[in-house]
Design a protein around this ligand. Structure first.
Ligand code: 23J
Ligand code: MN
Length: 257
């Protein structure tokens, strides 16, 4: 059997399953709130063009309006100033091969439950690699924080007087993943790939700065990471082919044992 025939056979038999890592995309989708000195990204609005009515008796369709970085979404290198001059850095020019890779799932759910500002350290990454093997080049590194289980948008965004509080990557960990491990990118359950307090870090938003400067990608607002094994799943995350797009909402799928 060819590998693809076997893939379909195993999907049909249920020995491989498709896990949907995406949140529903609609007016209720939580959107990042940056400090008010920065521009704001609008949430989703849907406007009906027709609904089997006089505007279109036999058909239903909508106009969608939202920021590129809304809901479960992809961050392209051109999103950040550090990645602005890299080749193939936008949604329409990234080679499609780079949307697919093995998933390495790092569970920080216990740490994030105790400390909302928890950052994945190089030591924690080393412990994960000791248990599960070295992160291979071209992997998607997914941070399982269980943050997506916060179904109340206020608790998911978790904004206080001093800004948002949510977990993320220590900047030295971002450096290791981008430069030494040569990952495709990182994925998180939180609203952005930087920790909630990252506007106070030096540099600001270090994960975006480092990942995109190295030509790597981001995936934000993922869910169902608790359904994936630490290794062994394959993730497909292909953004819309927006011309010079900095990112895009997308459907993220994992094929998992
Ligand atoms: C712009 C500035 C800061 C951040 C972000 C965007 C995102 O999280 C994003 O969606 O890329 S932290
Ligand atoms: Mn983004």
């Amino acid at each position: 059997m060819s590998i693809l025939t076997q893939l379909v056979a195993e999907l049909n038999a249920g020995s491989l399953k498709v896990v949907d890592l995406s949140q529903p995309l609609g007016p209720e989708t939580p959107v990042i709130g940056l400090p008010p000195i920065f521009g704001a990204s609008p949430g989703v609005t849907l406007d009906v063009i027709s609904h089997y009515d006089d505007k279109g008796p036999g058909w239903y369709w909508n106009v969608i309006h939202m920021g590129e970085h809304t809901g479960t979404h992809f961050d392209a290198p051109v999103h950040w100033i550090t990645g602005k001059d890299l080749p193939d850095n936008a949604c329409d020019t990234i080679p499609a091969r780079r949307f697919i890779g093995p998933a390495c799932v790092i569970d920080i759910s216990k740490e994030a439950a105790k400390n909302e500002d928890f950052l994945l350290t190089p030591d924690h990454l080393a412990a994960w690699e000791k248990a599960h093997g070295k992160i291979p080049a071209g992997a998607w590194v997914l941070l399982r924080s269980d943050w997506s289980k916060r179904t109340d948008p206020a608790k998911f965004l978790n904004v206080r007087d001093d800004g948002a509080h949510s977990p993320g990557f220590h900047q030295e960990t971002s450096e290791i993943l981008a430069k030494l491990r040569d990952v495709l990118g990182v994925g998180v359950e939180t609203v952005g790939t930087d920790a909630g307090q990252a506007h106070t870090f030096t540099p600001q938003f270090p994960n975006h700065t480092i990942m995109h400067g190295a030509g790597k990608f981001g995936l934000a607002s993922l869910r169902n990471l608790d359904q994936l094994p630490p290794t062994g799943a394959v993730v497909i995350a292909a953004p819309l082919k927006i011309v010079h797009g900095s990112g895009s909402p997308l459907r993220v799928l994992a094929i998992s044992p």
